[in-house]
Design a binder for this molecule. Structure first.
Ligand code: ATP
Length: 343
């Protein structure tokens, strides 16, 4: 079907007693940067391996571009997988590594070279063709693996924690680059990660996995601002879960609400008036952490429970945060920021 790259229906997979994928239904659009996000063991890699054809589902159906591929071998599917360890051939040059898949498919040599160079240019590695993998940095090796995936122009690229081996700075840079490359080439990317910030930064849409099931599918903003379950609220960002009136003084309708830390204002002066359309709570600062750009407050509420509030450091005096520990504060948030979780 036009516009749909992947469709998964009722997908299940167990290994012995372990249910890795417990019934997954999902549609991924053509040209999307789609992430599968979840904690270790939630089934992300297994879903990816089922799509690639490295595993066979116990039940369910896998479609690629409208075609049922459930029973097809990996090489019969128009997908390419990039693994975390890159799996480059050490004895081959960068150019040979990139061109390898074309050679297997008997693409003529001259064309192989042209396409390998183009793919290397796409990932910012012009001129690196003659080197061997050992002569490259981790980030460059990652890009070679990506060029090798791009060169065959698959309809779908599957990426399993491809940035996991990189240090934080490089990882952040590659996140931006990978997203730019994806936009440029227009191939559907399915990206597996356990890192919520990475998923939020890069994705058009995200599926959050919880114990082999999809807890929510949505844009980064939908996932963050309107989490569908307490699990999503706490796994993506920091959650502050409160019940009924404690969260939303006006409606106070029963249910669980989530308020994000950056939406909560910490007021030190007890004399400051309550703002209209805000809910207020009082408590004692249990812990305060200076983060450079912001300060995190953990506040024990008088009514029981603990909230995390994040304040931007607008004043240089914010560096002196230890003085807040043990002090009384009022917390305030606008009603619209108390988001009721669907029950
Ligand atoms: P991680 O982030 O740690 O890679 P994940 O979300 O990708 O985790 P999976 O690798 O899909 O999770 O694993 C899901 C569950 O299935 C886990 O409990 C895992 O131990 C189990 N599992 C996965 N592959 C196999 C296998 N080949 N044999 C037995 N159990 C497996």
């Amino acid at each position: 079907m036009e516009g749909r790259a992947i469709r998964l229906q009722g997908l299940r997979k167990s290994f012995g007693d372990t249910t890795a994928v417990a019934g997954v239904d999902l549609e991924i659009r053509d040209g999307e940067f789609f992430s599968m996000l979840g904690p270790s063991g939630s089934g992300k890699t297994t879903v990816l391996r089922l799509v690639a054809g490295f595993e066979t589902p116990d039940r369910g159906r896998i479609e690629l571009a409208g075609q049922d591929v459930t029973g097809l071998a990996p090489f019969e599917r128009d997908v390419h997988t990039v693994f975390q360890d890159y799996a480059l051939f050490p004895h081959m040059t960068v150019e040979q590594n990139v061109a390898y898949g074309l050679k297997v498919r008997r693409v003529p040599k001259a064309e192989r070279l042209v396409r390998a160079r183009k793919a290397l240019a796409e990932v910012g590695l012009e001129g690196y063709g003659p080197r061997r993998p050992a002569q490259l940095s981790g980030g460059q090796r990652q890009r070679v693996a990506l060029a090798r995936a791009l060169v065959g122009r698959p309809r779908v690229l599957l990426l399993d924690e491809p940035l996991g081996a990189l240090d934080l700075k490089l990882r952040e840079r590659m996140q931006v680059e990978l997203k730019a490359i994806q936009r440029e080439v227009g191939i559907t990317f399915v990206f597996v990660t356990h890192d919520q910030e990475e998923a939020l930064t890069m994705s058009d849409r995200i599926a959050v996995l919880d114990r082999g099931r999809i807890a929510q599918v949505g844009t980064p903003a939908e996932i963050y601002e309107r989490p569908a379950t307490p699990f999503v609220a706490s796994f993506v960002g920091t959650s502050n879960l409160l019940e009924g009136e404690a969260a939303h003084r006006i409606t106070g309708s029963p249910g669980t609400y989530n308020i994000r830390p950056e939406k909560i204002r910490v007021l030190k002066d007890a004399a400051e008036p309550d703002e209209p359309e805000h809910t207020t709570a009082t408590g004692t600062v249990a812990e305060v952490v200076y983060l450079g750009d912001a300060t995190r407050f953990l506040v024990d509420l008088d009514g029981g429970g603990r909230l995390t509030a994040l304040q931007q450091n607008l004043e240089t005096s914010s560096a002196d945060v230890a003085a807040y520990r043990g002090t009384r504060v009022r917390l305030q948030w606008h009603h619209r920021h108390a988001v009721r979780l669907p029950s």
